[in-house]
Design a binder for this molecule. Structure first.
Ligand SMILES: [Zn+2]
Length: 270
């Protein structure tokens, strides 16, 4: 089994959110719940206010550097449309796309359009024109999908999708590869709540269970989604969990690949 780690970019700055989209009030409520329930320290709580005043809600550069040191190819999903609490502009996205291109990352689209074929195609071509890339995949924001989504993504020309959560090997839908994923940071750390509800030890135990299950199911690739936003000391458990996970996989001789490397392997072995 190899691991594919990828990162969804849900936020870039804090003030891209107006009070209308409720993201800032939710952020403030969440950190108070987490402080009062003992899930975060006073230092983390203070650092969250620091992020707020620095207007910084992404950690893309820091994460790429960490990944490079650990031989993890950085693979990102970045959005070109707004929706469901995701509110950055194309201008902001493009600055980061250029930065990620310079640092040799794999860049894919964090999709907003999932249920209208015309809009899916528009989103696809907007991304194509911004990145000047022909060859990219998609993961839907909040993994939104219906029973038409995947076939519409295939018809729109995506090379792959990684929206499905399942213990299954990659498979083809038309010409598109579907890469189901098995580990999502928020589903582990929040465990059904809207705030961090597990401590580091519990998060590790639950993650090991998933990795063991992936082994039992003979998965070729373990899909992991970690949001760059949490690669920060202001989300210390998330940061510790990610660094522990990379180490754990390395210590278990699991190699890291990105989607394009995996597709090349799958197509050679066909
Ligand atoms: Zn998202």
């Amino acid at each position: 089994m190899k691991a594919i780690i990828s990162h969804d970019i849900d936020h870039i700055s804090i003030f891209e959110h107006t009070f209308k989209d409720a993201i800032i009030p939710k952020f403030i409520a969440r950190m108070h719940i987490e402080l009062l329930s003992g899930k975060i320290s006073l230092r983390e709580y203070t650092l969250r206010w620091t992020d707020f005043f620095k207007n910084k809600w992404q950690n893309i550069d820091e994460l790429i550097t960490y990944n490079n040191i650990n031989n993890v190819p950085s693979s990102f999903f970045i959005a070109v449309n707004r929706g469901v609490g995701l509110n950055y502009s194309n201008r902001a996205a493009l600055l980061w796309i250029q930065q990620m291109q310079k640092r040799n990352c794999e860049i894919n689209i964090h999709g907003i359009e999932f249920d209208d074929f015309e809009r899916i195609c528009e989103e696809h071509s907007l991304f194509k024109s911004l990145t000047k890339s022909e060859n990219f995949g998609v993961r839907m924001h909040y993994v939104r999908n219906n029973n038409q989504t995947y076939s519409m993504l295939d018809k729109a020309g995506y090379r792959f999708d990684s929206t499905e959560y399942a213990f299954k090997n990659p498979y083809k839908i038309g010409a598109m590869w579907e890469f189901p994923f098995q580990i999502m940071d928020g589903w582990i750390l929040e465990n059904g709540k809207k705030w961090q509800s597990l401590n580091f030890k519990q998060a590790k135990e639950n993650t090991i269970k998933i990795i063991d299950k992936a082994h039992q199911e003979n998965l070729l690739y373990l899909g992991i989604d970690f949001h760059d936003r949490y690669f920060s000391h202001s989300f210390k458990t998330w940061l510790d969990w990610y660094m522990w996970l990379v180490d754990y996989l390395k210590n278990n001789n699991i190699e890291f690949v990105n989607y394009n490397m995996a597709i090349n392997e799958l197509e050679v072995n066909k």
